[in-house]
Design a protein around this ligand. Structure first.
Ligand SMILES: NC(=O)c1ccc[n+]([C@@H]2O[C@H](COP(=O)([O-])OP(=O)(O)OC[C@H]3O[C@@H](n4cnc5c(N)ncnc54)[C@H](O)[C@@H]3O)[C@@H](O)[C@H]2O)c1
Length: 392
């Protein structure tokens, strides 16, 4: 008999819905793992969001106040998918109530807030997880193995970027993401945690950073609370408010290994929609991956032996496509190049967290990883104002 784990989802916006869908899909796609999630309760102050959650996902109960969700005895996991400003209060209280805590990135608005959540989880002896979902792409996992097993030789260069145009239109609403008080840092809090975590996942700790930041669009139309997302546009003549955090951050880094790299992020760039990618270069080979083509991996592993003419003909990047050879692709599709999408990464993430909750061990980014990513963002913020290199 599969163990049934009660889940509370706090915050039913884009991410709350993605997590709910993911937990519903686990019993099907990970049926052999012996865990089943039960959507016990949703908490959101907006009535329409609660009603929709019950109707669409079958939550058993819906409450306005998150305290009434984390206190329910059948809840064992609390998913925190509110705007960033509410994460710490909800996550710390959930841990102290003895619940396992899965918190969306960037976890805290600051290193201190992120650490407070990680400490509360550690002291309560519960499991903690964070939504660094891009790690779970089968071709990312494969790239990480190629790097770890030394196929690229000694690593020499790292390049990564997360370019999004969600804020490129000046009419994009002033959602909480654009406000320091509600979000913390701007693109350094929203996109950089994914980039910093991926860099650490592939190449290990980052020791120091320098940075430049810029805010391109300083005022935006005010949103209607509970309606729309940060992709929603206002109308000419709508009242506006000031943007209080940065739109772009370019961050040269040095890893503890000595390797140098660049982490580049923008939420206002015009063209790339969700271009999160990395390039790892070594003395014997290279890999390149990007989320917009997440089912592909470009690999450069030239064969140095043999007839020079034939070697030259093989001397280029090869494009691999995701297949059942790249776990867990085969759980979703038996066919090669029949690809996965964003929601599939959330499902893999949910299955891994359920496994960790039931067994006490297992892979997956922890809240300590979230603290490490927050330290990179905070060091970049310091470097942008003080100049020079800053220790992480
Ligand atoms: N891992 C990823 O790829 C990814 C992608 C998007 C967002 N996120 C993160 O997920 C979190 C949520 O982002 P989103 O885009 O879903 O936001 P959103 O604005 O779409 O939704 C937030 C929801 O939280 C609700 N809410 C606000 N205050 C609340 C409270 N006190 N209690 C309960 N609910 C409350 C709002 O009514 C809304 O329904 C953020 O931390 C964000 O950084 C992660």
């Amino acid at each position: 008999m599969a163990e049934v784990i009660g889940v509370a989802v706090v915050g039913m916006g884009w991410m709350g819905q993605a997590h709910s869908r993911a937990y519903l899909r686990v019993p099907d796609l990970f049926h052999d793992e012996g865990v089943v999630a039960h959507l016990a309760v949703v908490a959101d102050p907006v009535p329409a969001r609660r009603d929709e959650a019950v109707a669409r996902f079958g939550f058993q109960r819906a409450v306005a106040d998150w305290r009434d969700a984390i206190s329910q005895p059948d809840v064992r996991i609390v998913v925190v998918s509110t705007p960033n400003a509410q994460h710490a209060e909800v996550a710390v209280a959930a841990a102290r109530a003895g619940k396992h805590v899965f918190c969306e990135k960037p976890v805290g608005r600051t290193v201190t807030e992120t650490q407070a959540i990680a400490t509360a989880v550690r002291e309560a002896g519960v499991q903690g997880g964070v939504g660094f979902n891009y790690r779970w792409a089968p071709m990312v996992q494969y790239a990480a193995r190629l790097v770890a097993d030394g196929h690229l030789g000694a690593i020499t260069h790292y390049r990564s970027r997360f370019f999004s145009m969600y804020g490129s239109d000046p009419m994009s609403q002033l959602s909480w993401r654009f406000e320091q008080e509600a979000a913390g840092l701007g693109v350094l809090g929203d996109l950089m945690p994914h980039v910093a975590d991926m860099a650490r996942f592939l190449l290990g700790p980052i020791a120091r950073v320098s940075a430049t930041v810029e805010t391109h669009i300083t005022d935006r139309p005010l949103p209607v609370p509970g309606r729309g997302t940060h992709f929603t546009r206002g109308r000419p003549g709508d009242p506006t408010g000031p943007v209080t955090n940065e739109d772009d951050a370019t961050v040269p880094v040095q890893f503890s290994s000595g390797v140098r790299g660049v982490l580049d992020t923008s939420r206002v760039i015009f063209g790339p929609k969700c271009e999160f990618g990395f390039e790892v270069y070594g003395t014997h080979g290279a890999v390149r991956w990007g989320f917009e083509r997440m089912n592909e991996l470009e690999v450069y592993l030239p064969d140095q032996e043999g007839d020079p003419a034939r070697v030259a003909a093989r001397d280029g990047f090869v494009r691999l496509t995701s297949s059942p050879d790249h776990a867990p692709h085969g759980r979703f599709n038996p066919a090669a190049a029949t690809g996965l999408g964003y929601d599939d990464l959330k499902t893999i993430e949910a299955a891994a967290f359920l496994k960790r909750v039931t067994t006490g061990t297992g892979p997956g980014p922890t809240l300590e990883d979230a603290v490490a990513a927050a330290r990179v963002a905070a060091a970049a913020d310091r470097a942008a104002s003080l100049g020079g290199w800053q220790e992480v």
